[in-house]
Design a protein around this ligand. Sequence first.
Ligand SMILES: C[S@@+](CC[C@H](N)C(=O)[O-])C[C@H]1O[C@@H](n2cnc3c(N)ncnc32)[C@H](O)[C@@H]1O
Length: 317
Amino acid sequence: MAKLTKAEARAHARALELLDKDVLTYDERLFVLENWNEGANHINGVAGAFFTPVGLAGDFAIDAGGGRTIDLCAGIGALAFHVHWRGFYGRERNMPSPEILCIEINPAYVDVGRKVLPEATWICADVFGFDFASLGQFRTAIANPPFGATARTGAGPRYTGRAFEFHLIDLASDIADHGTFIIPQTSAPFQYSGVQCYRERPSADYLKFTQQTGIHLEAGCGVDCSYYRDQWRGIAPSVEIVCANFEDMPRNKNRSSPDAETELRALWNDHGIPVDRQNAVVDHIKAVARAGVKFEKCSTQGELFDESWLAKARAPF
Ligand SMILES: C[S@@+](CC[C@H](N)C(=O)[O-])C[C@H]1O[C@@H](n2cnc3c(N)ncnc32)[C@H](O)[C@@H]1O
């Protein structure tokens, strides 16, 4: 367990008090993210559990994108929290939030995460033993995983090296269209943070990872992670934010859906349209088609998200 300073212990105690509440305000959730100390009651160093500083998590969300999202190794939800709220303010008021799933192995972190981001679905599980097939495809995978040779119970499907982060990205490439990750600078194929200008510098392990998996990691929009280097708790790591497009990789080409209904449902999932609404719309379109009504008379996509139209769609016509 980490030795906390008096100020850290006080702030952690205040975070614990807040967590006794059933529902936390936005500011209280931020306070918990900033001050609930991952090392207070856990040997977090061995588990590679160092939570992302709040400022870096906010910048990360710019690179992360959105749509149906899975946070692998979510901690108490620093990354997912910012992805959720960035998306929330980027959408029209009446557009529902896309689904966010957080997977985390430590049950105590999951309990806190459920209070910090109740909008997400939280699953307490080991990412290397989990059956992702049951969850379907995600638009985006995000993670700040444990780094390097941190102990694992399993491996990515293709990569055979030691780095936890590469195993995790390998795994993510099978379940998401694209991914954004925080990894050690030494694992990124470039240096951007803390140096005068961007330079390519792939390590031998990165080249092995690329060769084995077909995944290429790229820089995001240009977050200099060194700005937050001293804001981590217990460490001051040199990291980069990397992005990967999994959708266009040759091995994933056959993943794209061949029929219109599947594609539409994927779009609706991205926009968080609940399955029962989707079913009502699809049933309506099919019924209208059977009744011989011309396509031009059907509603536009925008109307499909509207409550009054959905009520109409459910009513017999
Ligand atoms: C570096 S921390 C980052 C947490 C969070 N993503 C963040 O950005 O604050 C890594 C997290 O991965 C969790 N973890 C480690 N191994 C895991 C596994 N096999 N499956 C799921 N979570 C794991 C740890 O408990 C820890 O919370």
